[in-house]
Design a protein around this ligand. Structure first.
Ligand SMILES: O=C(O)CCC(=O)C(=O)O
Ligand SMILES: [Fe+2]
Length: 274
């Protein structure tokens, strides 16, 4: 697969088992999606300084068949699916390299969400008509091994469906700061171990946190891509028309404008999300 061509492998459908656990926990891990040969050039780009997955080989992760079937399942519905365009949007990407001893930042180390799922809003996780709608959704590509307890992202499984707030002073606050039971919430966070080349997918309605990277054996080298429904946008898209235009046609549709009435299937300079 080269960055200049669209993927030729069809999106891999989400399995019933994946749906069950994504709904139950709010996140799933797909182990060893990439082979060692596939990981190497991606890692090289990251260690050479790439900060986002919009360029070179890294952009092939944006719509990798292992995640595009799942994203269609959890962000789109039948009438909006098509072969030539994606049925969900990409609205952000960042890359992080965390050497052994890297210390967690103030903000994202507090378990947080996009919006607390106890209130109705367009970003939140929902299930209706036997269908998941994940809202703002994150896909993390781990390009180095992650060992549980040594610095991967942690999750409060099930909290994407919590009906009660986190015990803090403000029900609209999108994190657990000042909660009377902050310690027990921290203790309840789930961890994962995974080989290099694995993927984690989570709804941003789930409490999640960044952690100190204490694994002495390797850095954390992770690509964080963010997705949303065709009808909703959270982040400003920080990507030029030229960068999108350089992508193959189907991949470009990840960046089209946020509207649907009458059909919105192609990307163009005047039909892009800003
Ligand atoms: O840095 C991390 O491990 C967590 C990042 C995060 O909060 C997010 O992707 O929304
Ligand atoms: Fe986050």
């Amino acid at each position: 697969m080269t960055a200049t061509k669209d993927h030729t492998t069809a999106p891999i459908p989400m399995t019933d088992e994946q749906k069950f656990f994504f709904d139950l926990h709010g996140w799933i891990m797909l182990p060893s999606v990439l082979s060692a040969d596939e990981i190497e050039p991606l890692k090289k780009e990251v260690y050479d300084g790439a900060k986002q997955a919009y360029q070179s080989e890294l952009q092939t992760l944006l719509d990798h068949p292992a995640v595009s079937g799942i994203l269609s399942e959890i962000l789109a519905e039948e009438p909006y699916l098509g072969e030539d365009y994606y049925s969900y949007r990409c609205e952000g990407s960042f890359i992080t390299v965390r050497p052994p001893g890297w210390e967690k930042p103030q903000g994202t180390s507090t378990p947080h969400v996009v919006r607390p799922p106890q209130q109705a809003n367009a970003m939140r996780y929902q299930v209706a008509g036997n269908k998941i709608f994940s809202g703002l959704t994150r896909v993390v590509w781990e390009l180095e091994e992650v060992k549980a307890g040594l610095g991967g992202t942690t999750f409060l499984s099930g909290s994407h469906k919590a009906h009660f707030n986190y015990g803090g002073p403000d029900p609209y606050r999108p994190n657990i700061s000042e909660s009377a039971w902050e310690d027990s919430l921290h203790k309840a966070m789930a961890e994962y171990s995974c080989p290099a080349g694995s993927v984690i997918i989570f709804t941003e309605s789930l409490l999640h946190a960044a952690n100190d990277w204490t694994n002495p054996d390797n850095a954390r080298c992770a690509v964080f891509n963010c997705y949303n429904s065709l009808w909703a946008q959270w982040h400003r898209v920080n990507l030029s028309h030229e960068a999108i235009e350089a992508m193959p046609p189907k991949r470009r549709t990840l960046f089209r404008g946020v509207w649907e009435l009458g059909g919105n299937k192609e990307y163009s300079e005047d039909n892009r999300a800003l």
